[in-house]
Design a protein around this ligand. Structure first.
Ligand code: SAH
Ligand code: SF4
Length: 430
């Protein structure tokens, strides 16, 4: 079976070249064609002998993922749906900030972690990407724009630290000076808080930037938003981050998407301040990019209030505009919309059949997810009911709860309101 050429490191090429009895410098030539000149076939490698080119063609394939669909936003953001060699699909997003070009790339086909606000997380998981498939998104982006990227963020579909080996390998490939030579400080890995991955990065001697998607500093709320919190709980995550920082000395970014009336209150901001104390942090506040109903965008007042509380406590904070809102640029949104048949047929660049076929398993996953979400909602309401059994505040709470329970079958948002009241009550008591 042919191997994908982007999986090879320089050492792999040197081994291959020596095995087939070619001169050593051929390895560097091949690597340059692939990584610096972005060629996608051996035929283009004009300084190699015809025999070597034929041999390469027999042993490797060089083509990048195929672009199935492109969406362009008014703000210049471009989103691509890509087809991999086994017909699975992923997304990548290109963002322009002035002269800078940032690529947001995917590390998995889908994501198994099921964050309740994320289109990727709610549309299932198929497989990990290989290092070559991750790096290919980078080279493809440079090829189609005819420009060098300025930054790359591992923030598209998937959880990088559930695919740590391939992610770190892709960074080593792209960073290697004889390959692409892309500056190590221009990489950012975003994680939902997988402690093992943070530890692996700490020990990897790869000084990339680390971003953590936090979204809540209260354990119960975070577990609801991000079930991964159950197995990677906040206190242990915090410990891993402090440890990471003491070794790397590097500032850590925190992503905090603001969901209206869920995690945007004064109390939530104070919890965040408490969590971040002692960590050299940069907080990105992201007004939530609604993916369809479950949560709503925080009001501008709430966003500003949240920012002010963090800044007053001494944390550098930025409100990050959601790029490409008109083209569903939050990760997984495009892929899911196609699965739901909600993208206009006319905007397809390839046949509907290919896209729909590759999406079919997602439709089943959405249903599975919905069932899971309902169970979780029930659990949270049950907990809230159990804990609030005494005190003068309770009657009001109960009235509110029974109203909310009416809506619970459709809307988990009301559950969070119940829970918020419950937590407020706990706090005033003690
Ligand atoms: N799995 C990794 C990286 C991919 S998700 C992680 O969770 O960090 C990239 C970022 O997009 C995360 O911060 C995630 O929380 C955020 N995100 C996902 N869906 C979003 C949405 N609809 N609106 C705003 N941010 C979203
Ligand atoms: Fe996965 Fe990140 Fe989406 Fe959560 S936010 S489901 S970890 S991609």
């Amino acid at each position: 079976m042919k191997k994908f050429a982007l999986e090879n490191s320089l050492e792999d090429w040197q081994g291959y070249i020596s095995n087939i009895g070619e001169a050593k410098y051929r390895a560097t030539q091949i690597a340059e064609w692939i990584w610096k000149k972005h060629v996608t076939s051996a035929d283009e490698m004009t300084n190699l002998s015809k025999d070597l080119r034929e041999r390469l063609k027999a042993d490797f394939y060089f083509s990048y993922p195929e672009i199935l669909l492109t969406q362009k936003s008014k703000d210049g953001t471009k989103k691509f749906l890509l087809k991999l060699s086994d017909a699975e699909t992923i997304e990548m997003v290109l963002m322009k900030h002035g002269d800078r070009l940032t690529l947001c790339l995917s590390t998995q086909v889908g994501c198994p972690l099921g964050c309740t606000f994320c289109a990727t997380g709610t549309s299932g998981f198929a497989r990990n990407l290989t290092a070559g498939e991750i790096a290919a998104q980078f080279l493809l982006a440079e090829k189609i724009t005819s420009r060098d990227l300025s930054n790359v963020v591992y923030m598209g579909m998937g959880e990088p630290f559930l695919n740590t080996d391939a992610v770190l390998k892709s960074i080593r490939l792209l960073n290697h000076e004889k390959l692409r030579g892309f500056g190590i400080r221009h990489f950012t890995i975003s994680t939902s808080g997988i402690i093992k991955g943070i530890e692996a990065l700490r020990d990897a001697s790869l000084p990339v930037r680390l971003a953590v998607s936090l979204h809540a500093a209260d354990s119960e709320l975070r577990s609801f938003l991000m079930p991964v919190n159950e197995t990677n709980p906040l206190p242990e995550l915090r410990k891993a981050l402090v440890d990471y920082q003491s070794k790397t000395n590097d500032r850590i970014s925190f992503e905090y998407a603001l969901f209206g009336e869920v995690n945007d209150t004064v109390e939530r901001a104070r919890e965040l301040v408490h969590f971040l104390r002692g960590i050299h942090s940069f907080v990105n506040l992201i007004p939530y990019n609604a993916t369809g109903g479950r949560y709503k965008t925080a009001s501008p007042e709430a966003v500003l209030r949240f920012k002010t509380i963090l800044e007053t406590a001494g944390f550098e904070t930025e409100i990050r505009s959601s790029m490409g809102q008109d083209i569903d640029a939050a990760c997984g949104q495009l892929r899911r919309k196609i699965a739901e048949g909600a993208v206009e047929k006319d905007s397809y660049t390839k046949t509907d059949a290919i896209i729909h076929a590759s999406m079919l398993h997602d439709a089943a996953n959405i249903e599975r997810y919905e069932r899971k979400a309902k169970l979780l909602e029930k659990k949270i309401v049950a907990k809230a009911t159990k804990k609030t059994t005494s005190g003068g505040f309770i009657d009001k709470f109960r009235r509110k709860k029974s109203n909310d329970t009416e809506k619970n079958s459709q809307n988990c948002f009301s559950n969070l309101k119940v829970k918020k009241q419950k937590l407020g009550f706990k706090r005033t008591k003690g």
